[in-house]
Design a protein around this ligand. Structure first.
Ligand SMILES: C[S@@+](CC[C@H](N)C(=O)[O-])C[C@H]1O[C@@H](n2cnc3c(N)ncnc32)[C@H](O)[C@@H]1O
Length: 234
C-alpha cells in the first residue's frame, strides 16, 4: 500500500511516513507520485487517514458506547462468561471496539491481533489516543496462536468478517474495505481451544452458517437479527 503525508506536513510526519514504509507492505510516495485512484495511507498532523477514491477513513470507536451501556449484560460478555481479571486474546481486532469494551470490563489489557497492516496501525494509534488498554499486534492469528503456550489466555475471541451482503453497521465500513475476509478455519479453532483456558467464542450473523460448520459446544442466540455467538468450553 502507498504511504504519503498530507500537504504542509512537518518533519515528524515525514519521519513517521518513512518509518511506516519500512514495514513490508508499504511503499513511500511523494504526494506528486501517489496514485490517488488506489488506496493510500496518509500521515497528517491529526493522525493516520486511509484515503480511497470515494471516501476517507479514520479510526473511530465504532459502537463502543452501546456496548458500554449494556455493560455486563451485553451478549458478547455473556458468551465469554467474562469476569474481572480475565485475560482475553482478540484474534480479529479490526478497529478494536470489542477489545476496548472487554478491557474496560476486565481491567486487564487485551491483546488484539490484526492481519491487515494499515488497519493494525490505525487501530494502534486510535486506541492509544483514546486511552484504551489494548496491545495491538499486526499478525495472522492463524499463525500466531500456534506459538502461544497452552491456556495462556482465559478467553480467545474471533469475529471474522461477515459475508458480503450481510447487514452490518456503517461503523465497520473501513474494516470491510481493507480487512481480510479469509476464513479462520479449523486449524485456527484447534489452536484457539488449546490456548484458551476457559473458552473460545466466535461471532456469526443471526442467519449465517459459519457456526454450524464449526460445531461449537453451544450457541448463544439473543434476539432475531442480532449476532449469534458460538462457544467452545475449555
Ligand atoms: C469483523 S472485523 C472485527 C471487528 C472487531 N471485532 C471490532 O470490534 O472492531 C474482522 C477483522 O479481523 C481481521 N482478520 C481476519 N482474519 C484475521 C486473521 N487470521 N488474523 C488477524 N486478523 C484477522 C480482518 O482484517 C478484520 O479487520
Amino acid at each position: 500500500m502507498q504511504v504519503t503525508v498530507s500537504g504542509r506536513a512537518r518533519e515528524q510526519e515525514l519521519r513517521r511516513a518513512a518509518s511506516i514504509a519500512e514495514l513490508p507492505s508499504f511503499e513511500l510516495k511523494s504526494r506528486a507520485a501517489v496514485d490517488w485512484d488506489a488506496t493510500v495511507l496518509q500521515v497528517s498532523r491529526t493522525g493516520l487517514c486511509l484515503k480511497t477514491p470515494g471516501r476517507d477513513y479514520r479510526w473511530h470507536p465504532g459502537l463502543l458506547h452501546t456496548r458500554v451501556e449494556a455493560g455486563w449484560t451485553h451478549p458478547l460478555v455473556r458468551a465469554m462468561a467474562l469476569t474481572q481479571g480475565d485475560r482475553v486474546l482478540d484474534c480479529t481486532l479490526g478497529l478494536g471496539t470489542d477489545a476496548s469494551f472487554v478491557a474496560l470490563l476486565t481491567r486487564v489489557p487485551v491483546t488484539g491481533i490484526e492481519l491487515q497492516p494499515a488497519l493494525a496501525l490505525m487501530a494502534q494509534e486510535g486506541l492509544r489516543d483514546a486511552g484504551h488498554a489494548v496491545r495491538v499486534v499486526n499478525a495472522d492469528s492463524r499463525l500466531l496462536l500456534g506459538g502461544l503456550p497452552d491456556g495462556s489466555f482465559d478467553v480467545v475471541w474471533g469475529d471474522p468478517m461477515f459475508p458480503v451482503g450481510a447487514a452490518v453497521t456503517h461503523s465497520l465500513d473501513l474494516v470491510r474495505h481493507i480487512g481480510s475476509h479469509a476464513p479462520l478455519g479449523q486449524g485456527w479453532l484447534d489452536q484457539a481451544r488449546r490456548v484458551a483456558k476457559k473458552r473460545v467464542v466466535v461471532r456469526d450473523t443471526w442467519n449465517g452458517t459459519l457456526l454450524e460448520t464449526m460445531s461449537p459446544d453451544k450457541i448463544l442466540n439473543t434476539m432475531r437479527q442480532r449476532p449469534r455467538y458460538g462457544i467452545w468450553l475449555g
